[in-house]
Design a binder for this molecule. Structure first.
Ligand SMILES: NC(=O)c1ccc[n+]([C@@H]2O[C@H](COP(=O)([O-])OP(=O)(O)OC[C@H]3O[C@@H](n4cnc5c(N)ncnc54)[C@H](O)[C@@H]3O)[C@@H](O)[C@H]2O)c1
Length: 320
């Protein structure tokens, strides 16, 4: 693995500048409207020459985070299973989603490597890290985001069902962090943002193992922040509440959220509106993406070991 580069290495910068230039030329050849071009040129490009690695970014929150970083100039490596895992009872992203994510990211004039692979597989995680190093010469931002949901009271879940969620939502995040840590330590720089959940901040009896993995991700975030602080690496967790993505908007969740009843999406939306004190129900993943971009910015360079809720006022009811 060619991890001898320093992030400020002129060779790396030259390569990246070339890649960005090529991407911009391609985007210019596409169908960008005048308004889109004006909006794009008004955005800061403070991540030019930086590289992000985002897991589970073929759609949803991962894609929104990748998109927000790319919009500010970062090249992106995506790792997503982009196919069905047989034991997961709702549709995961597809190859078409992965291809669409790559195109969406590259429309910002940056480069995107889209890799198909399972975060449970350490070899794939290391391949994604090697691809980032070989193509871009460093890794600045890491978002171990891939995750699945699961409903059901604890005593209803089989050992295989418990293992599935632990293996993806917790061990998958552990593996991403293990794969990138040697690089970040050597660079003496980096940002890691984990994707926990409001269910990692409170009990959630219908999501017992999912909730346990999100509490664990917060613990892992704080431990990693402590371990990497001397290496100038910040590590923080995001805790969204209810985001409109394929993880919750599917027949499996709607038919298992309430025992003995199948919710309509409108009923679930009503629940989200009651939960949020601000006037919103399910919100879009771009809200999570914009927080990720902030945590990767210079303004957040001393923020580490923290947990950030995106809760539309819900945790105004939490104790301080
Ligand atoms: N949607 C919400 O309301 C919400 C709230 C809090 C936290 N989260 C967390 O945010 C993260 C993203 O969720 P989302 O809502 O965007 O869900 P999503 O289902 O839309 O996206 C998850 C992505 O991860 C991929 N993925 C799943 N298992 C994988 C595996 N083993 N290896 C590689 N890729 C895999 C899927 O293909 C998909 O592209 C998850 O960790 C989730 O727990 C979501």
């Amino acid at each position: 693995m060619s991890n001898e580069f320093h992030p400020e290495d002129p060779q790396r910068r030259a390569f990246v500048a070339g890649a960005v230039g090529a991407g911009a030329a391609l985007a210019g050849a596409g169908a960008m409207t005048r308004a889109q071009a004006q909006e794009a040129s008004a955005r800061p490009r403070d991540f030019d020459g930086k590289t992000a690695l985002v897991t589970g970014a073929a759609r949803g929150i991962g894609l929104a985070c990748a998109d927000a970083l790319a919009a500010r100039g970062a090249n992106v490596v995506i790792l997503d299973v982009a196919g069905q895992i047989a034991e997961v009872p709702y549709p995961l992203a597809t190859q078409a989603d992965l291809d669409g994510a790559k195109a969406q990211i590259e429309a910002h004039g940056v480069s995107c490597l889209a890799l198909k692979g399972d975060v449970r597989d350490m070899t794939m995680q290391q391949r994604a890290v090697s691809a980032a190093m070989d193509s871009f010469g460093g890794i600045d931002f890491v978002i171990p985001n891939a995750g699945i949901t699961q409903t059901g009271f604890l005593e209803e879940l089989s050992e295989e069902e418990v293992d599935l969620v632990l293996d993806i939502n917790l061990k998958g995040v552990i593996k991403t962090i293990q794969a990138v840590t040697p690089i970040l330590r050597q660079q003496n720089s980096g940002r890691i943002i984990t994707m926990a959940s409001v269910t990692g901040r409170m009990g959630a009896q219908r999501f017992p193992v999912y909730s346990a993995t999100k509490w664990a991700v917060i613990g892992l975030t704080k431990t990693t922040a402590e371990a990497l602080a001397r290496h100038n690496v910040t590590v923080n967790a995001h805790c969204p509440t209810l985001v409109r993505t394929g993880l919750l908007e599917n027949d499996y969740v709607l038919s298992t959220m309430v025992p003995g009843a199948t919710l309509s999406w409108e009923q679930f939306e009503g629940f989200a509106q009651e939960m949020h004190l601000m006037p919103t129900g399910f919100y879009g993943p771009e809200h999570v993406g914009s927080l990720a971009a902030f945590l990767c910015s210079d303004g957040a360079s001393l923020i580490s070991g923290d947990v950030f809720d995106i809760a539309a006022g819900f945790n105004a009811r939490f104790p301080a």
